[in-house]
Design a protein around this ligand. Structure first.
Ligand code: PEP
Ligand code: MN
Length: 351
């Protein structure tokens, strides 16, 4: 439920509403906005009796949020949320950042070469997994902590912020020491204890859609993170499993405008996992941006033929350069722009 205050409501009036919400046994989340201050009521699992609140001074409206996901919904917050993972790299506004890099961190040479290629192509952030959730226990599992150290070296070399995956609660704290944005992968979208942990850690989170998750499932998973007090969540469409083996997944572009209608959170698109085939990545990245994606995350490897994971869907560096050029044209056509960080040298690491 949302308690909407009149424009210009006093701090005392807001405090009184917060106090009464507490007396009713719920948590109050005041949200000052440009147009109005609203106070969210959380902790209820059903309809709250709002009669006491409606009568308080300064209150103009009570909105009962109808969806099961509350804080994530557009009803809760009409204006789009902007999530900033590093200075100048924000998701959800007019600018669209590109995140690029290999599926996995493999060696210092590989990740630094990839980071330089990503930066030179115009990417605003570097991706790369140190902890890899693989379908087979015999496949390359990632370098773990060593991989995080190598990502820190790549960031130091290029200035690109890092997006990297955490697979479990313990790993999340370690990943948070290095990452600018913590990725929760498709296989962990419904790992509720991990969601709560990254909610408490408070760093930006990239939450990928599960392989068989509905959009409502995705939003409910995001709600776990927001309910722990972390509103910096970027959603990601990465394709879902269907009956058709022609591509690795069915890349659901309709999810992008649908999420925008249902939620104020930004949503980006991953055409690499969405298609699984290198040649499909560029056209689907263009389409995702045209559909309104707030960012694109794409796999690029300096030598895809030697990649330890997902080489078949990884772009060559020159393909990334061409793609980002094309994305700039698409962005212009829809009144947006691709983020240009202008980083050409090192910045101090934030490890
Ligand atoms: C990845 O980003 O490399 C990855 C494992 O993605 P997903 O969780 O979407 O399969
Ligand atoms: Mn991958």
């Amino acid at each position: 439920m949302l308690v909407v205050m009149r424009h210009g409501a006093t701090a005392d009036e807001v405090d009184r509403v917060v106090q009464v919400i507490g007396e009713l046994g719920y948590d109050a989340r005041p949200m000052p906005g440009a147009q109005r201050t609203a106070i969210g009521v959380v902790g209820n699992d059903g309809r709250v009796d709002s009669s006491r609140l409606a009568a308080l001074p300064g209150v103009v409206q009570i909105i009962h949020v109808t969806q099961p996901y509350k804080q994530v919904s557009r009803e809760w917050r009409p204006e789009s949320t902007i999530v900033t993972i590093a200075p100048g790299v924000s998701f959800g506004g007019d600018e669209v950042p590109i995140i690029a890099g290999p599926c996995s961190v493999e060696s210092e040479e590989q990740i630094v070469e990839a980071a330089r290629a990503a930066r030179d192509a115009g990417a605003a952030a570097l991706r790369g997994g140190a902890f890899k959730p693989r379908s087979s226990p015999y496949a390359f599992q990632g370098l773990g902590r060593k991989g995080l150290d190598l990502l820190a070296v790549a960031r130091q070399e290029t200035g690109l912020p890092i997006v990297t995956e955490a697979m479990d609660d313990e790993g999340a704290h370690l990943v948070a020491e290095y990452a600018d944005c913590i990725q929760i992968g498709a296989r962990n979208m419904q790992n509720y204890s991990l969601l709560k942990t990254v909610g408490r850690i408070g760093k930006p989170v990239l939450l990928k859609r599960g392989m068989a998750a509905t959009i409502t499932d995705l939003l409910l998973s995001a709600e776990y993170i927001l309910s722990e007090g972390n509103e910096q969540v970027i959603l990601c469409e990465r394709g879902v499993r269907t009956f058709d083996p022609a591509t690795r997944n069915m890349f659901d572009l309709t999810a992008i405008p649908t999420v925008h209608q249902m939620s104020h959170l930004p949503i980006i698109a991953d055409p690499s996992h969405g298609t699984g085939i290198r040649d499909r990545v560029t056209p689907m990245a263009r389409a995702a941006l045209a559909a309104g994606a707030d960012g694109i995350i794409v796999e690029m490897h300096p030598h895809p033929d030697n990649a330890l994971s997902d080489g078949a869907q990884s772009l060559y560096p020159d393909e990334l350069t061409s793609l980002i050029k094309e994305l700039r044209a698409v962005a212009t056509a829809i009144g947006r722009s691709v983020t240009q960080t202008g980083t050409t040298g090192a910045r101090s690491g934030t490890q």
